[in-house]
Design a protein around this ligand. Structure first.
Ligand code: COA
Length: 87
């Protein structure tokens, strides 16, 4: 149905996330709830930051990130944004 993963960067208090929701379950709030759960886990694990790189064309992922409080930043790659949140 869906998978969300938080990967802690060795020796830091930072993690990167990845997420996928099956096509038939998209648009029902599942991605937003899963990303919110990852933020809760990150706080429990005393992380400082969580981030992910997102293609500029991936408007759904950008929207989900914005809904739970991530900031979106440009990167050196024209077609890639970085979503980041301070916990
Ligand atoms: C990105 C993804 C995880 C979102 O999951 P989801 O369960 O559909 O997310 P939600 O239903 O919680 O929210 C989706 C939001 O994006 C919006 N959205 C969807 N398509 C959009 C588009 N083309 N443009 C703008 N907003 C869009 C929806 O309207 C919704 O926002 P709203 O609640 O304000 O209406 C899912 O689309 C997915 O698995 N995509 C493929 C994998 C991927 O891109 N992973 C991310 C890599 S880091």
């Amino acid at each position: 149905m869906a998978v969300a993963r938080l990967s802690k960067l060795h020796g830091t208090h930072e993690a990167e996330f990845g997420m996928i929701v099956s096509d038939r379950y998209q648009g029902q709030g599942l991605g937003t709830r899963l990303l919110d759960c990852l933020l809760t886990v990150g706080r429990q694990e005393h992380l400082d930051h969580i981030s992910a790189e997102i293609l500029c064309e991936n408007r759904a992922m950008q929207r989900v990130c914005e809904k739970v409080g991530f900031q979106l930043h440009r990167t050196s790659e024209a077609d890639v944004l970085k979503a980041a949140i301070v916990l």
